[in-house]
Structure formats: C-alpha cells, structure tokens
Write a protein that binds this ligand. Structure first.
Ligand SMILES: C[S@@+](CC[C@H](N)C(=O)[O-])C[C@H]1O[C@@H](n2cnc3c(N)ncnc32)[C@H](O)[C@@H]1O
Length: 209
C-alpha cells in the first residue's frame, strides 16, 4: 500500500516536478514531490476552494491548515500581500516545498511550520483549508478544534470537503460545536463550507453604559 500523504517524514524516494496553478487572477509555479498530497496537479477540491472563496482580508493573520506544498497559503499571500500568512502541516517534505515555493514566488510574508512552531497566541482573520479528511474523524475533529477557536471574533474559515467524504456530517458537527457553518458552494463532488467564529470564543462584551 502507498504511503499516506500525511506521513511526517515520507520515505518514498524524492522525485520533484513543477506544476502550474493558474487561476483567473494569478499564476503560480509550484514544486511538488512524491510523498505529498496531490503532486501531479493542484487538487480539484483545492482549485474549487480557490475559485469560490471571497477575497481574504487584506491585512491581519491568515492561516492554511494542512498546507501541503502551499497552493492555498500562497494564493492567500498573493491576493493579500499586506497580510501575514501561515501554513501548518505535519509532513516535513511538504513544508520544505512550501517554503521553496514561497521563495520562488517572492512571497516573503508567508511562513510554514509544524503546529508547535506557530505561536499559539496568534489569532486568524481567515482560515482556509482543504482538510485531511483521511486522518479519520477523531483526528480531524481534534485538528479543527485546535485551529478554529483561534479565529478572531469576526474571522471566518472556508473548508472544502468532498461530499462522499462527509461534508454534510462535518457541517452538522461544526454547527453542534458552536461554529455557525453554512455551505456556500457545491461543485462537482465538492462542498465549500463557510465557518464563523464560535460565539463562546468571542470576548465577553461589558454591560452597556
Ligand atoms: C488534503 S491535503 C491538502 C494539502 C494542500 N493544502 C493542497 O491543497 O494541496 C491535507 C494536508 O493536511 C496535512 N495534515 C494531516 N494531518 C495534519 C495535522 N494534524 N496538522 C496539520 N496538517 C495535517 C497533510 O499532510 C496534507 O498535506
């Protein structure tokens, strides 16, 4: 059986290649490799997210959860050049590629790292993700419960999920966890979910004076 794309240190021999991400507003050349997610072309779900999500906030902190070789984070960094963009992953080979891809595109306000290399006090105005559904429900829920509470009070997340991999049940679960979640797009077999910050994570407002 092939190695999972979420191995921390892929053992598959490296064979890099370059692919193109062409969207109406940008063109990025991206180096990919074996042992990372979707090395032969930008994943269709990722493309649908990038074609569907509204422009990210122009400033603040933006996050890509499960960044792989960086197509989502680098698109956010291109669309919001004043913002600080962060990409987190577990796969060291993917993180190396993402850093190289940022350098090649001269995007210097984007940083990639493991979860414990990113300041837990940071709060994000937008989180975009093609999340790793295949790690299984408990791990996926833990991952989302690590990062979604770090949205700013008016922050939003956009998640792309395949219908047959459980987009509807994920939407229900997010709502049950207190994150108001709606489906904003449905294309091919994919759904794009729009997730708002959890009301209970918002700072308490003082009594009206
Ligand atoms: C579906 S892929 C998307 C990759 C990339 N964003 C793209 O669009 O091509 C999900 C990514 O999540 C990563 N991942 C798996 N478990 C993770 C975790 N606990 N924390 C962060 N990233 C994780 C995988 O290594 C993989 O790169």
């Amino acid at each position: 059986m092939g190695e999972h794309y979420f191995a921390e240190r892929p053992e598959t021999a490296s064979r890099t290649r370059t692919i193109d991400l062409v969207l109406p507003d940008l063109h990025l050349r991206l180096e990919t490799d074996r042992g990372v997610f979707s090395p032969d072309r930008v994943d269709l779900g990722t493309r649908i997210l990038l074609e569907t999500a509204p422009a990210p906030p122009p400033t603040g902190n933006l996050l890509d959860v499960g960044c792989g070789y960086g197509p989502i984070a680098l698109t956010m960094a291109t669309r919001s050049p004043q913002a600080s963009v962060w990409g987190v992953d577990v796969n060291a080979r993917a993180l190396d590629l993402a850093r190289r891809n940022a350098n090649a595109a001269a995007l210097d306000k984007v940083r990639f790292g493991l979860a414990d290399e990113i300041d837990p006090a940071l709060r994000y105005d937008a989180i975009w993700s093609n999340p790793p559904i295949r790690i299984g429900k408990p791990a996926l829920h833990e991952l989302l419960l690590t990062w979604l509470p770090r949205l700013t009070p008016h922050g939003h997340a956009h998640l792309v999920v395949q219908k047959h991999l459980g987009s509807d049940s994920l939407q229900r679960w997010l709502n049950d966890q207190g994150f108001p979640t709606e489906r904003i797009a449905s294309r091919s077999a994919y759904r794009v979910l729009h997730v708002s910050a959890r009301v209970s994570d918002r700072p308490q407002e003082g009594p009206a004076q």
